[in-house]
Design a protein around this ligand. Structure first.
Ligand code: SAM
Length: 451
């Protein structure tokens, strides 16, 4: 199983399929039930398979699964329907009644009554709070039962499942981590990383601790250690399905494809998203690719690493961003990652130095007005930047853009019919919903009317 950016599961599935072309590989994903997860099986994992895995760009982490099982008692029982005329409601209506009567009472009584009402309201609020708290309190017996099931889950997977997955982890440790000592491999220092999605009777850390104790009993020669473990066992409980597996990547794979000493800006794009945008652009040899708002240069850097048969130009209005892109270019060259040229400029993306119709593809991550720029500024910037892109992109050329400004895109860009929305996809960028558009230039003879 691989973890990926939610919304880009199909890009990861396609990359995995391509990477293992020639081997027997089955790839599946379910965006609704397992967002951000791609399941795949490769028959006959060899040492070469690990270098293929390490070469994936759209993937964050890879796990070798022990298995997936459905648990019976980990979720809270369904909530009992609540009566609509509960105490609070009754109290509210009696207070309203009193409010009506109050109009007739004299001033002195009014003050006393107000005080009384204030007390009652306060009590009602406190009762409400207590009731809500009680609702979230977990029955200790149910919790104990749920954790006991978690503990026993470890031995539900049969020995072969464990041994097969453990075998893959050992091959990975030999091939990638270079651990050859067989004694070391059988006395692994392990940790459990537990994640849950949905409502459960226990917390993530309780699930992790329970699983760790259970695994320790199953493999007495292993030693549990929270930090600096050699082997990480991943537990992912989504509603009532528990997935257990060995983590077989040390760090984010997508991050490993950009320079290790990357000079980051506050808006630096995730390399996996840059990869997806470049892949969606369907670049062909010799294409001229421009990122007019390149920030620290993630898109052109990723592009010139992988689609090295293209020519890249990057620029930004900010001097700091341009310096960062240049630093990243230099470190990539030093690390011999750079295979295609990329020229870096400081420019206003609405006034670039390119001739009309001279660029094949614009790929850019637009300012959303969150970490950089603002909504009002975007209303002016977007039409101008798209007008410039329109000018420089040749007929039949495309723009792949990432933004959160979907309404602005619809009202000011796509509705003008100069850029056609060929394809778009919504992704989850660290909790923020953004959209990647693939736009094609509609008609070069048509002038964009900027309001
Ligand atoms: C979302 S960030 C791009 C981040 C970039 N993809 C990265 O990985 O670092 C948007 C960039 O647009 C730049 N920008 C804003 N207005 C611009 C303009 N008129 N011309 C060129 N760049 C501009 C900002 O300086 C910022 O670096």
């Amino acid at each position: 199983m691989a973890t990926v950016t939610s919304g880009l599961e199909h890009i990861a599935a396609a990359e995995i399929g391509d990477a293992f072309l020639g081997s027997q590989v089955e790839v599946q994903y379910d965006r609704k039930d397992y967002p951000g997860r791609v399941f795949f099986s490769v028959s006959n994992m060899t040492e070469d398979s690990f270098s293929i895995l390490n070469g994936l760009h759209s993937v964050e982490y890879v796990y070798c699964l022990i298995g997936r099982i459905t648990l019976q008692s980990c979720c809270p029982p369904p909530a009992q329907p609540t009566t609509t005329t509960d105490d609070t409601e009754q109290l509210k209506s009696s207070l309203q009644e009193k409010e009506g009567q109050e109009k007739q009472s004299d001033e002195g009584e009014k003050v006393a009554e107000k005080k009384e009402e204030h007390k009652k309201r306060k009590k009602a609020r406190e009762d409400d709070k207590r009731r809500k708290k009680k609702k979230t309190e977990v029955d200790p017996q149910l919790k104990e039962k749920a954790l006991a099931e978690i503990a026993s889950a470890v031995s539900i997977y049969n020995e072969t499942d464990w041994e097969t997955a453990y075998g893959v982890w050992k091959s990975y440790a030999r091939a990638v981590k270079g651990i050859r000592n067989s004694e070391m491999l059988s006395t692994a220092i392990f940790s459990v990383s537990a994640r849950t999605a949905g409502s459960h009777l226990f917390r993530e850390n309780e699930m992790g601790e329970t699983l760790a104790a259970s695994i320790q009993t199953l493999y007495p020669r292993w030693r549990q250690q929270c930090r600096n473990s050699e082997m990480e066992i991943m537990a992912y409980l989504r509603n009532s399905e528990l997935i257990l597996g060995f983590t077989i990547t040390q760090s984010s794979l997508s991050m490993s494809h950009v320079s290790a000493s990357r000079d980051l800006g506050v808006t630096a794009l995730k390399p996996a998203i840059a990869y997806a945008m470049l892949r969606m652009a369907q670049l062909r040899p010799g294409m001229i690719v421009v990122d007019p708002m390149s920030g620290c240069g993630t898109i052109p850097q990723m592009g010139s690493n992988i689609w090295s048969h293209c020519l890249y130009f990057a620029g930004d209005i900010s001097e700091v961003a341009v310096r960062k892109t240049k630093n990243n270019e230099d470190s990539a060259r030093e690390e011999k990652r750079r295979t295609a040229p990329c020229d870096v400029f400081q420019w206003d993306g609405t006034l670039t130095p390119f001739r009309d119709n001279s660029v094949d593809m614009v790929i850019t991550d637009m300012p959303f007005g969150k970490r950089i720029g603002n909504k009002q500024g975007n209303t002016k910037l977007y039409p101008r930047i798209f007008q410039e892109m329109y000018r420089i992109v040749r007929e039949g050329g495309k723009a792949v853009v990432l933004t959160q400004e979907t309404e602005l895109m619809q009202s000011k860009i796509i509705s003008r019919k100069t850029w056609k929305d060929e394809e778009h996809m919504d992704i989850n960028q660290g909790g923020m919903k953004t959209r990647i558009y693939v736009l094609s230039k509609v008609n070069a003879s048509e002038e964009v009317q900027d309001k």
